[in-house]
Design a protein around this ligand. Structure first.
Ligand code: ZN
Length: 77
């Protein structure tokens, strides 16, 4: 049995499903609003738990506009 005259090169190795999925997510991934890095699924929409905490602290510190609440303090004018 003679060898093929035009042997094809071995097929390019397919990327692991995880890497393929990660690349797919990276393409549409939103960027972290804190530092601009691509967000991860685990900490969406932030890139890391750290940035998630930063955002939370901003909320708690009142940097964001918070809608009026019913339970206003008594010292309101
Ligand atoms: Zn970040």
């Amino acid at each position: 049995m003679p060898p093929p005259s035009d042997p094809k090169p071995p097929a390019a190795p397919k990327p692991p499903a995880a890497a393929k999925q990660a690349a797919k997510q990276a393409a549409k991934a939103k960027r972290c609003p804190i530092c601009g890095q691509p967000a991860t699924e685990a900490t969406h929409p932030f890139c890391s738990p750290r940035c998630r905490d930063v955002d939370l602290n901003r909320w708690l510190s009142g940097s964001y506009v918070i809608p009026a609440r019913d339970d206003e303090p008594d010292d309101v004018d």
